[in-house]
Design a protein around this ligand. Structure first.
Ligand code: SF4
Length: 464
């Protein structure tokens, strides 16, 4: 196996920058800044911020070395560095989504990546399995805070069963080390019935609450199963009765913990508990003031409803007048969306409808919009057209969920990266279909919905 090269590869040097003046060129490797080894992009940013003037050393492709004193004033040197290699997780979680993926998707979607740096940068959850003590100390030194941690259970025995790794039971040891170093974190538990619910969950809540100076929030999310669990441990789904019991038991607890936390909700229930239970999501005060864990599906529905209510009364909403569009979404969000669209249609005279697309790719029990594949959406749109006499122009546009699109940028593309707005040419569905493929097959313009009605209108206007 080839030895790992030292330093980080320079891929671009900006004109008239400190780096260019010093003779650094693309292809060189940045070795040290102020005598400290450069580990990756994030570490580079940290190191340059430490110094107003510093010695920088680099290695050229032929192995020769260069160095220079640079007066950077705490800023960058004028280089773009190669992306960091993403770390691979060492767990074997009973509910690991990667292992429940059907065969035949692009290779990068099967990568079990888990990287504390991405946790800090993008809010991805990490079980901390790929972080040894040296890395935790680096997180503390560079103050990468807050981060997002998948706890799953604080009880060591239960955690080992959930994450399938006998060495990763003691999550509290890692958490305590980070908290002692001044790092704060948002945490989550994916609730798998029989594995980490009941007393295990109650213990987790108690032990994390006891550490609330470092634990900013704790969310619980029901486990998601696909139809592709051949050879995997037996796992019960969270059905409507289970979800209804959970909502009944834990909704008052959310309010109780919020009260004890100066009014700021600390314990958070994902929207899926409510959609699976078939009940309305709670009001605004149920969710944290900063919408902590929104990306984790906590409060998305309430925020969408609140935004829609205000938007429908705004002058901009009239831009929807006369528009005919079909909005495809997951089964769990479709009823909520249809109620909002009915109000919009009444108010401004638009003709917007939401239809729940069945997830044929992962299985019908997968009801979230973000896991719909291009072919699922195509099938749902064709079925809707057939129900409208097969007319070629049955709608003016078909809207797909933005969350179902990925940037196709490599190892991290199983996530929708922040800022990745659908509608860009390189956006892919999970099954590699593109928006253009879908438009060709349906003969209708396709747009990504965006986060709210205002963005949807902007995207529809983009077609005009
Ligand atoms: S940490 Fe994530 S990627 Fe790794 S096994 Fe668990 S669920 Fe899968």
């Amino acid at each position: 196996m080839a030895a790992k090269k030292r330093g980080v590869l320079v891929i671009e040097v900006f004109p008239e920058s400190l780096a260019e003046d010093a003779g650094i060129q693309p292809g060189d490797r940045l070795l040290t800044i102020g005598g400290e080894p450069v580990l990756d992009q994030l570490n580079y940013q940290y190191l340059v911020s430490l110094f107003d003037e510093t010695e920088v050393a680099w290695e050229r492709p032929d192995g020769s070395l260069g160095s220079a004193i640079m007066e950077n004033g705490g800023d960058g040197l004028g280089v773009d560095l190669a992306e960091d290699a993403v770390k691979v997780c060492r767990q074997n979680c009973v509910f690991c989504f990667v292992q429940q993926m059907p065969k035949g998707f692009r290779q990068s979607l099967y990568l079990k990546d888990e990287d504390i740096r991405l946790s800090f940068l993008y809010g991805h959850f990490s079980t901390l399995s790929s972080s040894d003590d040296a890395e935790l100390d680096r997180v503390i030194r560079e103050h990468l805070s807050p981060i997002h941690v998948s706890v799953h259970a604080t009880d060591p025995e239960a955690r080992i069963k959930v994450v399938g790794n006998p060495k990763e039971g003691e999550i509290l040891r890692k958490i305590d080390r980070l908290i002692a170093g001044g790092i704060q974190m948002h945490t989550q538990v994916v609730v798998a019935p029989g594995y980490n619910d009941g007393e295990v969950w109650e213990k987790t809540v108690r032990e994390l609450w006891d550490r609330r100076e470092g634990i900013l929030s704790l969310s619980c999310v029901p486990v998601g199963l696909t139809a592709h669990r051949e050879g995997l441990p037996k796992l019960s789904d969270v059905g409507s009765d289970y979800a209804a019991d959970w909502v009944k038991r834990w909704t008052p607890e959310v309010r109780r913990y919020a009260q004890a936390n100066d009014g700021e909700p600390w314990l958070l229930l994902a929207d899926e508990w409510f959609t699976r239970a078939g009940v309305e999501v709670p009001g605004r005060s149920f969710y944290s003031r900063s919408w902590a864990q929104l990306e984790n599906g906590v409060g998305m529905i309430r925020r969408f409803q609140e935004h829609s209510r205000r938007f429908i009364k705004s002058p901009k909403a009239k831009g929807f007048a006369g528009r005919r569009a079909l909005l495809l979404t997951g089964a769990s969000f479709a009823p909520v969306l249809n109620r909002v669209l009915a109000e919009l249609n009444r108010e401004v005279g638009s003709h917007l409808r939401a239809v729940a697309a069945v997830n044929h790719s992962f299985g019908e029990m997968v009801t979230v919009a973000g896991l719909l594949c291009g072919r699922d959406l195509e099938y749902a749109a064709q079925a809707d057209r057939s129900a409208h006499d097969g007319k070629a122009d049955w709608v003016d546009a078909v809207v797909v969920p933005s969350s179902s699109l990925r940037m196709g940028t490599g190892p991290t593309d199983q996530y929708t990266l922040p800022g990745a707005s659908a509608g860009q040419g390189d956006s892919l569905f999970l099954d590699d279909l593109t928006l253009a493929d879908l438009a060709r097959s349906l003969g209708r313009p396709i747009v990504a919905g965006g986060e709210n009605l205002s963005q949807l209108l902007d995207h529809l206007r983009g077609l005009d």
